[in-house]
Design a protein around this ligand. Structure first.
Ligand SMILES: C[S@@+](CC[C@H](N)C(=O)[O-])C[C@H]1O[C@@H](n2cnc3c(N)ncnc32)[C@H](O)[C@@H]1O
Length: 250
């Protein structure tokens, strides 16, 4: 999986390439990242990439031309190195809400270009001419597209085969099987007078799996009943799951 990221603050991405699971994936060559600064494609000696908004109002707007030239340079590099250019994605509060499903789709593209906005907005003509999709990390505004981009990249990188060891496999994570993850416990066996549930101490693998599934179902039906409905529609609930959910209603 190769990411091309367009950002005025490329140094921020060391948070992703130098730390934890994503850092190890990057260092092992399981994912690659090429950073592009639109200032390098500005057309004046002052390297201007933003200007005041037509119609007035606060804040600056990112100019279309340096962004478009950056994307052209990305495509040219892809062509010369035999990379199939994937979608050009703008991080934007107006975009489709990012999800585990979208993370999986992105992984199947093999390449994604992420455009990190800054200031008040990006010139709409760049969006109309060059952007294939817009993604949001939620109904709130942050100061730039870098943190949203890193959040999405992390979610995608976790899904690359070999990135996670067996012990922390993504298959166990919330949303992967349509449900929220079950509770977890570690030592000590009793903490603040609260013991670890007996079943987890018994070493009986099948019973532990049943308990975890039921806890996932309980938590999901209490906190996110919408996910239970989706899981049902997508055929992710067994007859045993349905029997257990019925018991919860009593
Ligand atoms: C200060 S924000 C601009 C907000 C814009 N004026 C609005 O109200 O929709 C600057 C940049 O941060 C990024 N951004 C902010 N919130 C985001 C979100 N929820 N999801 C994805 N990107 C976001 C976008 O790239 C945006 O262009």
């Amino acid at each position: 999986m190769r990411f091309d990221v367009v950002s005025l603050f490329p140094e921020m991405f060391s948070a992703l390439t130098e730390w934890g699971v994503t850092g190890r994936a990057y260092q092992r060559g399981l994912t690659s990242l090429r950073l592009w600064n639109p200032r390098d494609y500005a057309h004046d000696p002052r390297k201007t990439v933003d200007d005041r908004a037509y119609g007035g109002g606060p804040g600056m707007v990112m100019m279309a031309k340096p962004l478009e030239d950056t994307v052209e340079a990305i495509k040219a590099e892809h062509q010369s190195s035999g990379v199939q250019t994937g979608p050009i994605c703008l991080l934007a509060p107006q975009g489709e809400r990012f999800s585990q499903k979208i993370a999986k789709d992105i992984l199947s593209y093999g390449n994604l270009t992420l455009i990190c906005g800054r200031y008040e907005a990006v010139d709409q003509r760049f969006v109309d001419r060059t952007v294939d999709l817009q993604l949001s990390i939620g109904d709130f505004v942050v100061s730039g597209g870098e943190l949203p981009a890193m959040t999405m990249m992390d979610a995608v990188i976790r899904l690359i085969p070999g990135v996670l060891g067996d012990e922390d496999s993504a298959a166990q994570d919330s949303f992967i099987n349509g449900l929220l993850d079950h509770p977890h416990y570690t030592r000590p066996e009793i903490y603040a007078e609260i013991p670890v549930p007996d079943v987890l101490l018994g070493g009986h693998h099948a019973k532990i799996m049943d308990w975890r599934r039921q806890e996932s179902l309980k938590l999901t039906s209490r906190l996110r009943p919408d996910l239970i409905e989706d899981a049902r529609k997508n055929g992710l609930l067994s007859e045993e799951d349905e029997r257990f959910l019925l018991l919860l209603l009593k």
